[in-house]
Design a protein around this ligand. Sequence first.
Ligand SMILES: Nc1ncnc2c1ncn2[C@@H]1O[C@H](COP(=O)(O)OP(=O)(O)OP(=O)(O)O)[C@@H](O)[C@H]1O
Ligand SMILES: [Mg+2]
Length: 412
Amino acid sequence: MPKVNPFKPNDPVPTAMFAGRYDELIALEKGLYQTKHGQNSNFLITGERGIGKSSLLMYLKYVSSGDIETLEHGKFNFVTIPVVISDKTDLTTFIKLIEKNISRELGKIEKVRSFVADTWSFVQRLKIMDSGIDKSESNSEIDLIIDDFAYSVSETCKRITNPEKGEKIKDGIVFLIDEADNACPTLRLGYFFKVVTELLQHNSCNNVMFVVSGLPDVVDKLIASHESSVRIFSQLKIKELNEDDRKYVIDKGLDQANRLNSVSTTITNSAKVYISQLSEGYPHFIQQFAYSAFDQDSNNEITNEDVIEGAFKKGGAIDAIGDRYYVSAFRDKIKSDEYRQVLSIMADKMNAWIKKSEIREKFTGDEITLNNALQALTTRKIILKNPSKIGEYRLQQRGFALWIKLFGDRKK
Ligand SMILES: Nc1ncnc2c1ncn2[C@@H]1O[C@H](COP(=O)(O)OP(=O)(O)OP(=O)(O)O)[C@@H](O)[C@H]1O
Ligand SMILES: [Mg+2]
């Protein structure tokens, strides 16, 4: 009988399966508490692909808007505005997205609807910015837009925190801005945050929190846009999940499956440990290995064999993970077969350190090519250089090594 597979390798995790992140959640809810009481704080969430940034943001959305109780600070009641940045988002689009979300959130109440329409009316006059505008002109234009924006945010925030009769009081506004690493230089995101937060302070508006999330290089992008912009944020670096959290994800997934399906599924302890080890703590990998093992199982008990077959077969978990994360690094970003050969040699050691001399023994190219390869792969962050031992390198993840060995020589 077909069964609903509860694991979600490609979407932010549902709250019922959300694991770990205790320290981060405590920090964020403290920030919310401060912001509610007029001591606003902002956060920058960074981490590698698939580590769980969007999932944390989604969880925070439920927490800040009061759909979920916090761990230590009761319930909040913020207006929460999620925005996702793409590489095409310019300042006008960004502000229009925010305005749309605010109107949607607050427009349900008739009296507030006309207030929001008035307060945000400047947005209707904004035109998509012309990339041909000369620089000085566009700068002053940007300053005017940011000023209008900050004013509208403060007015909105004042209204919802001091509502008129019959309206429900809110704690303030939380902006959740995901994929900020996509920001193009012309969006000037760092400058935007720096100026907006200063203007909000000038307007005595202290109940607004910005939570920005992206790959680690978002930090450089913000700095490039405004040198001190990063200082307005507390940074939370998201890491791998520990072993208990990994098992929790699997258990909660199966609980969910057993609620949805008429036939129950169980898992052996060693299969659970196996998924946990294969995943190396990357939440995306836990979901993918668990998804593939669940899919592989045919007798309602997930065993080691199901995990292995689901992980290693063609079209299985490692193949799927490779498509998502490794194909571009291995085939598109690296144009030379010799560089790929270096990676294949390194993959024999999985993600353990390997000496350059060991690579040289197996490498068929010359010394200069090997040096160039190691240099280029390190610069592109495809491999790591041992900071404490000269001439040692390694692949970042075991999953990458496994994928290279299993599928690396497959043609495009
Ligand atoms: N705390 C968590 N508990 C359980 N599963 C999680 C958790 N965080 C993330 N996941 C799972 O990991 C996968 C990746 O999560 P998510 O999309 O949040 O990562 P991300 O860091 O935003 O990735 P990207 O850099 O690609 O945007 C998803 O399948 C999600 O369900
Ligand atoms: Mg994400």
